[in-house]
Design a protein around this ligand. Structure first.
Ligand code: HEM
Length: 142
């Protein structure tokens, strides 16, 4: 997927993907690393993760985001179709969980120091995706 960096076929330079434009693999690794640092310390989100070690979850999110933005398609090759809403059904994703998720993502996006248009594009997507993932309005069970 290419995302409006340069219109395809209207330039002597081949258009590049958003993935490449923001710095490729290193950028996505950093984004997800910083995000999971927040998750690890979050009393609502951390208990939702089935594995004590957040490493594998980190890897899945990195691969998914890389694929989404036009990088390698390893996510689908290893995990199949994303079906993200469905994959989140087992988890209690209420507005509080969503806002916490977004807060940790915001910190991570800020640390990347991207160009304003790239930052806005990424952040807009993350917000929409997080809102779409909400599957309950019940409070977090204690
Ligand atoms: C809104 C709040 C969200 C919460 C509380 C949440 C929580 C979780 C949890 C607990 C898991 C299981 C960990 C694992 O085993 O991988 C998971 C998996 C995952 N989440 Fe989320 N998530 C949220 C939003 C999102 C959003 C917005 C995206 C994408 C932009 C996303 C992408 C993923 C991916 C790719 C996986 C791994 C799916 C797989 O291949 O099994 N999540 N999430």
């Amino acid at each position: 997927m290419t995302l409006g960096i340069r219109p395809e076929g209207h330039d002597e330079n081949p258009s590049i993907t958003f993935y490449e434009a923001v710095g490729g693999h290193d950028t996505f690794v950093k984004l997800v690393d910083v995000f999971y640092r927040g998750v690890a310390d979050d009393p609502v989100l951390k208990p939702m993760y089935p594995e004590e070690d957040l490493g594998p979850a980190k890897e899945r999110l990195t691969l998914f985001l890389e694929q989404y933005w036009g990088g390698p398609t390893t996510y689908s090759e290893t995990r199949g179709h994303p079906r993200l809403r469905q994959r989140h059904f087992p988890f209690h994703v209420n507005p509080d969980a969503r806002d916490r998720w977004l807060r940790h993502m915001r910190t991570a996006v800020d640390e990347l120091g991207l160009a304003p248009l790239h930052e806005e594009t990424l952040w807009d997507y993350l917000q929409r995706a997080a809102h779409a993932m909400v599957n309950t309005f019940e409070e977090t069970p204690s």
